[in-house]
Write a protein that binds this ligand. Structure first.
Ligand SMILES: Nc1ncnc2c1ncn2[C@@H]1O[C@H](COP(=O)(O)OP(=O)(O)OP(=O)(O)O)[C@@H](O)[C@H]1O
Ligand SMILES: [Mg+2]
Length: 260
């Protein structure tokens, strides 16, 4: 198919236990709009995998299928070796507590304070901590991790775009996820704030050893943070490789991503 395909050959031979997320042959259409046409993806333990694709290419649709907010038409998705389509609701909820999802745009609850926004997932997944949670200290620690302890009693409307993104990140981190899915973590932010968010993502990855799937069309973000990249084009994993490998590709569809 594309030249990216042979760059990724090693994916087939890697150790199964190092795989934390796997998507095989995913299809999703809305009427005649065929968004995903056999998309494949593998996320390994501890890695930062960036998925790039044009606006409307299906990045958010893919990530929504991954977390069960949307049902795929065909294909399989496994999380830490378990096929999510075969699990019962209870097991699925436990597994979901291991996956943090930073929504495109932050998606804080506008009617709740920062503290209440962070308490919400803790209450929802209290089983993860055996019911023994010191909510207050966990909220404070999560906010300290993103440098925003002083914002604890503010409402989302009182925060800047960058602060909202940090609070959303704190809300994701509070459940101590093994995997974090970021949907456009830097979009809508000025370049300096975007850089601060990227640095924060790197610090978190180092501190907790999380595996991250990062959806972005910010080429600078991809260059700085990615261990590996997948280009989502025409509904498939059109090309895979490191930033260095893909950025010198001669394929015109791949080249289009890298020219400024
Ligand atoms: N709930 C839905 N119902 C119908 N069509 C949808 C729905 N969600 C997404 N789509 C369509 O699926 C396609 C992919 O949308 P998606 O939101 O995944 O794009 P994206 O790659 O995330 O774009 P962006 O970079 O702008 O966020 C679009 O054509 C969109 O109109
Ligand atoms: Mg999107």
């Amino acid at each position: 198919m594309s030249e990216g395909k042979h760059i990724s050959k090693h994916t087939d031979t890697m150790n199964q236990k190092d795989i934390v997320l796997q998507i095989n042959n995913l299809y999703k259409s809305f009427g005649d709009n065929h968004v995903l046409n056999g998309f494949n993806m593998t996320l390994r333990k501890g890695e930062n995998l960036v998925i790039m694709g044009k606006s409307g290419s299906g990045k958010s649709v893919m990530i929504k299928c991954l977390v069960g907010l949307m049902e795929a038409d065909k294909g399989s998705i496994s999380v830490m070796g378990k096929d999510i389509t075969t699990l019962n609701q209870e097991t699925l909820d436990i597994l979901r507590a291991d996956i943090g999802f930073l929504f495109q745009g932050s998606a804080l609850y506008d009617s709740m304070t920062v503290r209440e926004n962070l308490e919400f997932p803790l209450r929802r997944h209290s089983e993860k901590f055996d019911g023994k949670v010191d909510t207050n200290s966990m909220v404070i620690k999560a906010l300290e991790n993103v440098g925003l302890a002083e914002a604890i009693d503010l409402m989302p409307s009182e925060l800047s775009g960058g602060m909202k993104r940090r609070v959303a990140l704190a809300r994701t981190l509070i459940l101590q996820p093994k995997i974090i899915l970021y949907d456009e973590p830097t979009s809508g932010l000025d370049p300096i704030t975007a850089k601060e968010i990227i640095i924060l993502m790197q610090e978190i990855q180092k501190k907790y050893g999380t595996s991250s799937l990062i959806i972005t069309h910010d080429v600078d973000c991809a260059r700085v943070i990615s261990d590996r990249m997948i280009l989502l084009i025409d509904g498939i994993n059109y090309a895979e490789g490191t930033y260095a490998q893909l950025s010198i590709s001669k394929d015109s569809k791949i080249k289009a991503f890298f020219k400024h």
